[in-house]
Design a binder for this molecule. Structure first.
Ligand code: NAP
Length: 450
């Protein structure tokens, strides 16, 4: 369709060298073809052209002093992408690979994900090319304070509400919230993922991982199957991976892998969750230390991975949960998964499967839950945190978990019913993209050219 093609060509000219962003846009626009072809109004109102251009992009210098007294400088970002449905909402990522294209891909995905939750939140994302690994608490605090010295003027509980992502957990949110409060004098719900001691919500920490497993459960249920007894591959060893593993155990499945950038752990009888939490949440060390406590498990160093993919996806199992980062599952990985009999993939990470890998899953007709649907439990529970903050209430763990389950079920139904409506019932990529798009696009039309 030339409209879609022209939009991408134009984007490559106006936003050069942003490969991940084009990838995310192309995936969404491809699946919007059926709705764009039958609805002239979206073209008439230039909805696609407006959607791919962020409402506001903030880029700033983040200077800070390391423990040796040297001045360091990083680059900070906040992309306020779309506020048709509510205040901008989306995490902050601190990782050396961060650049404008990565934050824009994440922000673009966030628009549709947030719309799918059915909650009143717009899409945004931010971060910095800062590497928290190996930094002292003092260095992390000084970096976070400097980051907020600029960002505080752009955020607020009804304008833009950041949260965590890769490299940003409760510690970083604490330092950023503290500095925001000092600069503004406001004690408000301007961040989510806060500590339970001062405004955080129960289940927020667990929400993305739990939600991703609930999504897999609903996909299986629709085919008369369950998670019980299923061997599962999980990648990553951070927040999303840990709570995916926890929920898999609670629902009777057997997670046998986890990974970080140094390598993959394969524990045939099941990953020991207590050891994993101790290594990653408490000691914050590399994953190879896992085998010290469990010598029967195997550590596959990243250097030994196949040239065309990742070791974790070459292990036989029935379900896969990519929970680390973008493009961590290649076409060859996807083919290996299918050859080994995988029946379902539920994405905890954002865009972890390459476009070619997604095609392999869709062609094989397995249950495939794309990240923007399967990992939306995190942002949905962030909105529940905002609702508790605004009403000065605190809900119980069971109450929040129940709401999370209902939201994940509704996301699954919305994606699968929309996929069926457009004649491709197995295609949740198409279903999720169209369902999210329709809400945002119609809201934009009603709000006029702004
Ligand atoms: P995290 O706690 O920082 O953990 C990230 C994990 O992925 C770590 O084990 C990390 O290993 C690994 N990883 C990151 N970059 C990597 C790379 N380039 N190569 C290999 N491994 C890499 O982050 P998280 O919050 O779990 O986020 C994981 C994914 O879920 C991301 O795609 C994020 O956008 C998505 N997500 C998160 C949330 C949320 O609520 N946190 C919500 C929705 C989606 P190392 O420590 O060795 O780098």
């Amino acid at each position: 369709m030339t409209y879609i093609h022209d939009t991408i060509v134009k984007l490559q000219k106006t936003s050069p060298a942003q490969a991940e962003f084009y990838q995310a846009v192309e995936e969404v626009l491809d699946s919007l073809q059926p709705i764009l072809e039958t609805n002239e109004k979206y073209k008439k109102h230039a909805i696609i052209e407006r959607m791919v251009e962020p409402e506001r992009q903030i880029m700033f210098r983040v200077p800070w002093v390391d423990d040796q007294g040297n001045v360091q400088v990083n680059k900070g970002y906040r992309i306020e992408f779309n506020s048709a449905l509510g205040p901008y909402k989306g995490g902050l990522r601190f990782h050396p690979s961060v650049n404008a294209g990565i934050i824009k891909f994440l922000g673009f995905e966030q628009i549709f994900k947030n719309a799918l939750t059915g909650l009143p939140i717009g899409g945004g994302k931010g971060g910095a090319n800062f590497d928290p690994k190996g930094k002292s608490d003092g260095e992390i605090m000084r970096f976070c304070q400097s980051f907020i010295n600029e960002l505080y003027r752009h955020i607020g509980p009804t304008t833009d509400v950041p949260a965590g992502d890769i490299g940003v957990g409760a510690r970083e949110i604490g330092y950023m919230f503290g500095q925001y409060k000092r600069l503004t004098g406001n004690y408000d719900g301007v961040f989510t993922g806060k500590s339970l001691l001062w405004g955080g919500s129960l289940v927020r920490k667990e929400a993305t991982g739990y939600g991703c497993v609930y999504f897999a459960q609903y996909m299986l249920e629709a085919k008369g199957d369950t998670l019980a007894g299923k061997r599962c591959l999980v990648s990553g060893a951070g927040n999303v991976a840990i709570y995916t593993i926890e929920k898999l155990y609670q629902l009777g499945a057997i997670p046998v892998t986890c990974s970080d950038s140094s390598g993959t752990i394969y524990h045939e009888t099941g990953i020991n969750l207590e050891t994993l939490k101790e290594l990653k949440e408490v000691r914050k060390v590399r994953l190879n230390e896992y085998v010290t406590a469990h010598p029967e498990a195997k550590f596959i160093p990243a250097a030994d991975y196949p040239a065309d993919g990742h070791a974790v996806w070459r292990i036989p199992a029935q379900l896969a949960f990519p929970c680390a980062t973008q493009n961590e599952l290649t076409e060859a990985d996807a083919q290996a998964l299918i050859a080994n009999g995988v029946i379902g993939v539920s994405e905890g990470a954002n865009m972890p499967s390459t476009q070619e890998a997604v095609e392999v899953f869709l062609d094989a007709r397995i249950s495939y839950g794309p990240g923007k649907a399967a990992n939306a439990g995190g942002v949905a529970t962030s909105q529940l945190e905002m609702a508790q903050n605004a009403s000065m209430q605190r809900w119980s763990f069971e109450e929040v978990d129940e709401k999370l389950k209902v939201i994940m079920k509704n996301i699954f139904l919305s994606a699968s019913e929309t996929a069926a409506e457009f004649g491709e019932p197995h295609n949740l990529v198409l279903g999720a993209n169209i369902a999210g798009f329709r809400k945002v696009a119609d809201a934009m039309i009603e709000q006029g050219v702004v």
